[in-house]
Design a protein around this ligand. Structure first.
Ligand code: 4NP
Length: 161
């Protein structure tokens, strides 16, 4: 159940082992640095269940740790029906995730669904690209985008308090 005075934020991608765990870890780290963690409940989930119970992808963990974010305690899970009630903001990493959420979400909660990068000021990208099958610096790109959107989301939350 939601606690009064707490904002509940759920980050969602496909597998919940690369992008949304990174978003959860980065957002938690930046919120903690600003002393905002007490008023936030932060979690992540995937629209698919293939990796349920697994820790984040080791490449995601390694890239995040280099920037000071420890993702190791996280475990993947699938989005569940109760998430639409429990969370105030449900933030999709890409359009496919948003589409999948929209098709499952009850009407009263549709307004909670957004693209995470809507909060990334000054960045024209709207989607966090899936790094899972890619080579190279995909995980660095994820971190760059997620850090930017996390900063914007924290500003948004501070201004709407
Ligand atoms: P994520 O990346 O959605 O950022 O966690 C993926 C992880 C696993 C798969 C696809 C995307 N997969 O097909 O197993």
């Amino acid at each position: 159940m939601s606690q009064p005075g707490t904002t509940n934020i759920l980050f969602v991608c496909l597998g919940n082992i690369c992008r949304s765990p990174t978003a959860e870890g980065v957002f938690r780290g930046l919120a903690q640095a600003r002393g905002m963690l007490d008023s936030l409940h932060i979690d992540s989930a995937g629209t698919g269940a293939w990796h349920a119970g697994e820790p984040p992808d080791r490449r995601a963990q390694a890239a995040a740790l280099k920037r000071g974010y420890d993702l190791s305690a996280q475990r993947a899970r699938k989005v569940r029906d109760s998430d639409y009630e429990e969370f105030d903001l449900i933030l999709a990493m890409d359009m496919a995730n948003l589409h999948d959420l929209r098709s499952e979400c009850p009407e009263y909660a549709q307004r909670k669904l957004r693209l995470f990068l809507e909060f990334a000021d000054g960045i024209s990208d709207r989607e966090v690209p899936d790094p899972y099958y890619g080579a190279g610096d995909g995980f660095e790109t994820v971190l760059d985008l997620v850090e930017s959107a996390s900063e914007g989301l924290l500003m948004h939350l501070m201004s709407s308090e």
